[in-house]
Design a protein around this ligand. Structure first.
Ligand SMILES: [Zn+2]
Length: 219
């Protein structure tokens, strides 16, 4: 079973029904992050002995009957339920909409790791598989629908984590895997760029990134 002690990292967005408490809640968390498929193997007694307060389930697909039953038992044992939802690193969406994937434009330094990579022609663009960031209007709407659907399919959680809301690794062309500031850094476009100041903040669900609080329409 894959099981991770949950650490609250800056790369992940915490959403609670009462966002003002998100930061305080995060500091009080003691939970395990597990894949949904591991629900069937998780013994509630193990979580009790570990002193867990939260169970964070990584969800990407609709639950099975068995998963729902196991989840209900775990929640009844006193665990607070949270979900971890991957946003930008979405292989399925990347395959269905390669035009929404980040590109590598701008700096050429990434080529030092791929010296044999062909020279790009005028009508070609290099993409960063499988990264589909919310910095494109089309991808943002698709991710909102994805999150909405998951929250309808799974039991109501106490809160959710949205992972990978930044741009794609090395999309500026620098070659650094932790460089996540952009989804494109050049003139070629294959989707509608929102720009960092244009990510919609509209209603319903509140979230916090660092010291910034804004709202995201999920519900
Ligand atoms: Zn960079």
């Amino acid at each position: 079973m894959n099981r991770f002690v949950l650490l609250i990292a800056g790369c992940c967005l915490v959403i609670m029904t009462s966002s003002a408490l998100a930061q305080e809640q995060a500091t009080r968390m003691k939970g395990w992050l597990i894949e949904a498929r591991s629900l069937l193997d998780l013994d509630p007694q193990d979580t009790t002995e570990a002193g867990l307060r939260q169970l964070v389930v990584a969800v990407q697909d609709a639950p099975s009957e068995g998963q729902l039953k196991a989840l209900a038992t775990l929640v009844e044992s006193g665990l607070e339920l949270w979900y971890w939802i991957e946003i930008a690193r979405d292989e399925s969406m990347a395959r269905q909409h390669p035009e929404w994937m980040s590109s590598i434009q701008g700096h050429p330094e990434w080529r030092r790791f791929h010296p044999a990579f062909p020279k790009v022609k005028e009508n070609e663009i290099v993409k960063v598989y499988p990264w589909v960031p919310v910095f494109y209007e089309e991808a943002l709407q698709a991710h909102l629908q994805k999150v909405n659907q998951l929250l309808r399919q799974w039991p109501a959680p106490h809160g959710i984590f949205l992972n990978d809301l930044q741009g794609a690794p090395t999309a500026c062309g620098c070659g650094h895997p932790l460089c996540r500031w952009t989804s494109d850094y050049g003139p070629k476009k294959s989707a509608t760029r929102l720009g960092h100041g244009q990510i919609p903040c509209q209603a319903s669900w509140a979230f916090r990134i660092g010291g910034t609080v804004c709202n995201l329409r999920i519900g």
